[in-house]
Design a binder for this molecule. Structure first.
Ligand SMILES: [Zn+2]
Length: 197
C-alpha cells in the first residue's frame, strides 16, 4: 500500500493567517462527531478525514481542515485553511492559512466546481461504512487510486453527478450536502444503516 507522504500539490500561501468565519464553529462540531464515531482514522498512515464548506454561493472558495491535523474536538483556529483557488493542470492550490490545506483539497475544489448545489463536503475513512458499502449498494469508484491524485478526482467526478454519498474504492467515503448539516446528517444516516445487524 502506498504510504502517506503529505500533500501532492504546490501551495501558494497568499497570507499566513488563520481564516475567520462564524461557520467554522459548525465545522469544528462536525470534526468532533467524525472523531467520536471513528469516521476519520488515519489512511496510509497519515491522512485523516477532511471536512470543508463553501464560502459563498457563486464562488468555489472554501474553508477546509488542515493537512495532518487529526480530527478531534475543539480544534484551534490555525487548524483551518481557506482555499482561494485551484489550478488542476498545474496541481497548484492558492490558500490562506497557518497550516497547509488538506491533502484532498484539489478533490474538494473539483467537486465544488462541478456541483454548484453543494455547500459542504465531508470525507472520512470509517471502517464500518467501507465494509458495508456493497451490501448497502453505495456507489463506488471502480479502481483504487492514490490519494490526492488527479485520477482519483476524475473517478469521483464521474459518479457524483447524481449522488450525494459515494465510496472511493479501498479508501473512504464522501458525503455532500447543500450545507454542513445536510452532509453530516447524511453521513450519520448511512452509518446507522451500516451498524444495524
Ligand atoms: Zn482520504
Amino acid at each position: 500500500m502506498e504510504k502517506y507522504r503529505g500533500i501532492k500539490f504546490n501551495v501558494e500561501n497568499l497570507k499566513k493567517e488563520a481564516p475567520r468565519n462564524p461557520k467554522i464553529q459548525r465545522l469544528k462540531y462536525w470534526c468532533k462527531i467524525f472523531d467520536k464515531y471513528n469516521f476519520a482514522p488515519p489512511y496510509e498512515n497519515g491522512s485523516c478525514g477532511n471536512l470543508s464548506f463553501r464560502l459563498k454561493p457563486k464562488t468555489d472558495q472554501f474553508i477546509i481542515t488542515g493537512s495532518r491535523i487529526g480530527l478531534k474536538s475543539n480544534l484551534k483556529p490555525e487548524c483551518f485553511v481557506k482555499v482561494c483557488a485551484c489550478d488542476l493542470k498545474k496541481k497548484k492550490v492558492y490558500a490562506m492559512g497557518i497550516k497547509e490545506p488538506s491533502s484532498e483539497s484539489i478533490m474538494h475544489w473539483a467537486i465544488y466546481n462541478k456541483r454548484k448545489d453543494v455547500g459542504a463536503i465531508f470525507h472520512g475513512h470509517g471502517p464500518e461504512i467501507l465494509s458495508q458499502a456493497k451490501r448497502l449498494k453505495i456507489p463506488t469508484t471502480k479502481k483504487q487510486m492514490p490519494y490526492g491524485s488527479v485520477g482519483l478526482v476524475k473517478s469521483v467526478l464521474e459518479i457524483l453527478k447524481n449522488n450525494n454519498f459515494l465510496i472511493m474504492k479501498n479508501h473512504g467515503f464522501i458525503a455532500l450536502g447543500k450545507n454542513m448539516e445536510e452532509a453530516g446528517k447524511l453521513t450519520m444516516e448511512i452509518y446507522k444503516n451500516c451498524v444495524v445487524k
